[in-house]
Ligand binder design. Structure first.
Ligand SMILES: NC(=O)c1ccc[n+]([C@@H]2O[C@H](COP(=O)([O-])OP(=O)(O)OC[C@H]3O[C@@H](n4cnc5c(N)ncnc54)[C@H](O)[C@@H]3O)[C@@H](O)[C@H]2O)c1
Length: 262
């Protein structure tokens, strides 16, 4: 029997009862991942600095399971507030998806300013690190859980004009590996996903640099750019599920086989 995308093992309750925080959930990969988790029955605290996150949550039509929270990850008090909100509204935390990041790149290395650098490091590794730290007690109290952090082929392979972004993404991988080693005893797994998908962020970049974008897409073995919900979402759903119970400290490129690693 040929296996098609519609012949799948998951169903509308395969993640029922799972309580998940997703950062950067108002658009792009975070929105697609949220949709994939919701359609499998999970409850999601959708965090974003963009107030549109409330409307986005409403469009899912899953009363009580898509809870929006406006929070700016540059604000140091946001980490604990996010965790407290998840514990209060969802009743605990089983998974944390650190997806959000903001960047002023692409810019050549010598044009990247201190403010550009701080933006990408504050929203990337700093927020990821301290949200993990804040969520740890709740994850442990739940008997363990799964953290999925987002890396990038721009970091694992390097990519011109993404100097600070690449550094921030690789910092996230380092943080993830250490937490996986320390928290394995608590049954808390930590993995990194490096996606390539048609997010709002990529759409903006592709309009600005269509030639670079088209060349990259043509070079993807699967000959298409990923879909945030249908291609990236299922990997995150797998990682937060018990199917991935023996998987930790890994980096998985969900990129159609681009092989962005050196
Ligand atoms: N899309 C891709 O192909 C691709 C490739 C490699 C890595 N990634 C990674 O995937 C993740 C998502 O990327 P994307 O393309 O969907 O990005 P995006 O720019 O489309 O979306 C990012 C989201 O994060 C939110 N955000 C930004 N700063 C915030 C802050 N200070 N506080 C709270 N929320 C904030 C934004 O409002 C937005 O909703 C990122 O970690 C990115 O590095 C994506």
């Amino acid at each position: 029997m040929a296996l098609h995308a519609e012949d799948t093992y998951w169903h509308s309750a395969s993640l029922a009862g799972l309580r998940v925080i997703v950062t950067g959930a108002a658009r792009g990969v975070g929105k697609g991942v949220t949709a994939a988790l919701l359609e499998r029955g999970a409850a999601v605290l959708m965090v974003d600095r963009d107030p549109a996150v409330a409307d986005v949550a409403g469009t899912f039509g899953v009363e009580g399971r898509a809870v929006p929270l406006v929070a700016d990850l540059c604000d140091r008090s946001s980490y604990q507030r996010i965790v407290d909100e998840a514990v209060q509204t969802l009743g605990g935390i089983d998974a944390l998806i650190n997806n959000a990041i903001a960047t002023n790149e692409p810019k050549v290395f010598t044009d990247i300013t201190l403010d550009d650098f701080d933006l990408v490091f504050d929203t990337g590794p700093r927020a990821t690190f301290f949200l993990m730290q804040a969520a740890y007690p709740a994850l442990k109290a739940a008997g363990g859980g799964s953290i999925v952090n987002f890396g990038s082929g721009s970091g694992t392979a390097g990519q011109k004009t993404f100097g600070a972004y690449a550094g921030a993404k690789e910092a996230i991988r380092g943080i993830s590996k250490v937490a996986a080693l320390e928290w394995g005893k608590d049954n808390i797994r930590v993995n990194v996903v490096c996606p390539f998908a048609q997010s709002d962020g990529v759409a903006g970049w592709s309009e600005e640099f269509p030639e670079v974008y088209n060349k990259i897409v043509k070079g993807i073995p699967l000959r298409r750019i990923g879909d945030t919900q249908a291609d990236i979402g299922p990997m995150v759903a797998f990682l937060v599920s018990s199917d991935a119970s023996y998987l930790t400290a890994q980096t998985i490129h969900v990129d159609g086989g681009m092989g962005m690693y050196r």
